[in-house]
Design a protein around this ligand. Structure first.
Ligand SMILES: CC(C)(COP(=O)(O)OP(=O)(O)OC[C@H]1O[C@@H](n2cnc3c(N)ncnc32)[C@H](O)[C@@H]1OP(=O)(O)O)[C@@H](O)C(=O)NCCC(=O)NCCS
Length: 177
């Protein structure tokens, strides 16, 4: 695999590819909801609550191989300084090539660009790949709800992670203009 990797805002026409990617990536390691219906030509991840502008996609050698969804956690003005990662997935065939990290970096940069103070997320306690990824980008564990979900025959913690943004820097550590 070569390494022509870029991230960009999602477009409406990415909806079917992202649905397929999400469906294929489903596992109780990362998901608490039932698996979605098998994809058809009309399937899309986008609806009233899931808009293309909330997504960033990763392209590897021209193919969409992952996405991250970044949204305000609530519509409340008192909560408007927070952005939350509510969805991250990378095609199995493209994992361990830096795609996930590029997406999280891009989400953090977008949060900073819109003036957010912090980025938060929830991750299942047993999801070691995702937890390591978030830690490697600078997220820290800030809380935990023990045994929040019953998945695959056992109780699983829900872990809250967060990152406080330094408004002067991007994820590469360079000073913003
Ligand atoms: C978690 C996920 C997005 C990682 O994507 P990825 O493109 O493979 O991640 P990267 O290649 O950018 O890896 C970045 C770092 O994450 C950690 N990491 C990623 N996969 C890992 C694994 N299987 N085991 C241990 N650490 C892992 C490593 O620290 C890695 O850095 P390194 O390669 O320098 O060691 C991907 O495994 C995935 O889609 N999982 C299913 C969905 C999911 O769990 N989403 C998160 C929900 S909160």
């Amino acid at each position: 695999m070569s390494d022509t990797l870029l991230t960009r805002p999602a477009r409406p026409e990415d909806g079917n590819r992202l649905y397929r990617l999400d469906h294929a990536a489903w596992s109780p390691l990362s998901e608490v909801a039932e698996r979605s219906a098998p994809p058809t030509a009309d399937s899309t991840v986008f609806d009233e609550r899931h808009q293309p502008q909330d997504y960033l996609v990763a392209e590897l050698d021209g193919a969409v191989v992952g996405y991250v969804r970044l949204v305000p956690p609530t519509p409340l003005p008192s909560n408007a300084h927070i952005r939350q990662i509510q969805g991250l997935a990378v095609d199995r065939a493209a994992r361990r090539h830096g795609v996930g990290r590029a997406l999280v970096d891009a989400a953090v940069d977008r949060a900073r660009a819109v003036g957010a103070r912090r980025v938060t997320l929830r991750v299942l306690g047993h999801n070691a790949p995702a937890r390591r990824l978030y830690e490697s980008v600078g997220f820290a564990v800030e809380g935990c709800t023990p045994e929040e979900f019953y998945l695959d025959g056992r109780y699983v913690d829900d872990v809250i992670m967060g990152l406080t943004l330094d408004q002067g820097q991007n994820t590469t550590g360079r000073q913003a203009p």
